[in-house]
Design a protein around this ligand. Structure first.
Ligand code: ATP
Length: 443
């Protein structure tokens, strides 16, 4: 069973490269560990996920505002937040093969020198990437690439509060690049060194935090399943009290059943008033909230739902990926299995492919393509190869609909054939009704 599952990850990795979704970063120079580039389809898929997240949690809500804070922050931020002293993993090294591992995540493999690994005592290793601001590379110029976006929301809390004129409870959301110098990168997009986090800091009156936590856990899970992830592939992991981070009163992970096992896809933490208090103390600025109803000043509590975009993208791909016996007729004898990606139409990189049956029909097909393109993003035009081969190509990148233009379209009925990726059902639709037809399916 485990073998078949690992094999699925291998298949996905090779499919994603072959189809222009995800490539190893700096590949022509031999790559860079734990860094990936997104190709044209991968970028479209990622952007569609991010757009939906932003729409769901910022645009559609009255109690959340979005910001975009910088990746580089004053080093004092990381000192106050506890990251400089405490964002560490336990590092061990095998004395025989000199490979390094995260102490709490040892692989099952044997030592390549023979037998078990012979490990050194664990040593603390800070996971932040160091960098220098300006031309002098000394201690005063040093800071870090952010390992999370949360601190930007705490540091900007007062400015956002004053300018947005929000009252508790309200949230600040942002999404952006984060960097972690992971000891071992593995499992494709799951553990990488450069990735994007989408998270919300939801500020509430102390005492209302537990209810808010439950509300966000429900919202977060609903969002993930709304993207097509099967509920049976998700479960909660409640962190035991003694294992909680220094700032957390409660942490729950939502785990996904990845091909390599149940692992954290996303998490929620009750960060209490830890961060605002720590930054108020270190900066000397008043970061308290004045409650006009009770006439009191206090540090709000914070519930933080956080989500790694790459881990979500990998889960979406794993759930959408299917390998089938050949189901589409082609003029060539095709024996290898057919791959179909069952992406939710809102996420699919290409939403509609316009395919003229013969090159002679290209002028009319192009008109349909231009018309659809002006209305929906992600439309592709393809006239090369047999129609069966073109259908397979679109199935393999998860295009939900293909529009085929044939001689009847022009000579008889002004209709096209719309093929559904999942059911393979084909419907004749009048060209004049096409936009409405797709509006219902795609928007
Ligand atoms: P883990 O225990 O797996 O290292 P974490 O508990 O350190 O993860 P958080 O600090 O809660 O993770 O990070 C927020 C989110 O960022 C996680 O829920 C996950 O989706 C994502 N994430 C964290 N580390 C990585 C990584 N190295 N690569 C890709 N995504 C990551």
């Amino acid at each position: 069973m485990a073998e078949a599952k690992d094999n699925k990850l291998e298949k996905i990795t090779s499919w994603s490269k072959r189809r222009g979704f995800i490539f190893p970063g700096s590949e022509i120079y031999g790559g860079l560990g734990g860094v990936y580039d997104f190709g044209p389809y991968g970028t479209a898929l990622k952007n569609n996920i991010k757009k939906l997240w932003w729409k769901t949690f910022v645009e559609d809500r009255e109690d959340v505002v979005g910001i975009d804070s910088s990746i580089l922050m004053n080093r004092a931020v990381w000192q106050a937040s506890g990251h400089e002293g405490g964002f560490t993993d336990e590092l061990v090294e095998c004395k025989k093969c000199h490979k390094r591992f995260k102490a709490d995540d040892m692989p099952e493999e044997k030592c390549p020198q023979g037998g078990e690994h012979e490990l050194t005592e664990p040593k603390a290793f800070n996971g932040m990437f160091k960098t220098f601001v300006g031309v002098t590379q000394n201690d005063d110029a040093q800071t870090y690439l952010r390992p999370e976006t949360a601190q930007g929301m705490f540091v900007d809390f007062k400015s956002v509060l004053e300018t947005s004129r929000k009252k508790l409870p309200f949230g600040i959301a942002q999404m952006g690049k984060c960097f972690r110098n992971e000891i071992n990168t593995k499992d494709f997009l799951f553990r990488v060194r450069e990735f994007e986090i989408a998270e919300i800091e939801y500020f509430i009156k102390p005492g209302e935090d537990e209810k808010a936590f439950d509300m966000w856990l429900e919202n977060w899970e609903k969002f993930v399943t709304s993207l097509g992830i099967k509920p049976e592939n998700l479960k909660h992991y409640e962190h035991p009290k003694e294992g909680l981070s220094h700032y957390s009163k409660r942490t729950v992970d939502i785990q996904y059943n990845y091909p390599f096992g149940w692992k954290e896809l996303t998490g929620l933490a009750n960060r209490t008033d830890f961060d605002l208090k720590a930054h108020a103390q270190a900066s000397g600025k008043d970061l308290q909230y004045f409650d006009t109803e009770s006439n009191e000043k206090y540090f709000p509590y914070v519930v933080e739902p956080t989500l790694g975009i790459e881990r979500l993208m990998l889960a979406i791909i794993c759930d959408a990926f299917e390998e089938l016996e050949p189901r589409t007729e082609t003029t060539e004898a095709v024996t290898e299995k057919e791959i179909v990606l069952h992406f939710d139409p809102r996420l699919a990189p290409v939403k509609i492919a316009v395919l003229p049956l013969m090159k002679k029909l290209s002028e009319d097909a192009r008109k349909i393509y231009d018309d659809l393109k002006s209305c929906f993003g992600g439309i592709e035009y393809d006239e090369s190869g047999s129609i069966g081969k073109r259908y397979r190509r679109q199935d393999e990148i998860g295009t939900p609909f293909c529009v085929t233009v044939d001689f009847d379209t022009i000579e008889k009925d002004q209709c096209v054939t719309v093929r559904d990726r999942d059911t393979m059902k084909q419907e004749r639709i009048a060209i004049k009704d096409l936009k409405n037809f797709f509006f219902e399916k795609l928007v």
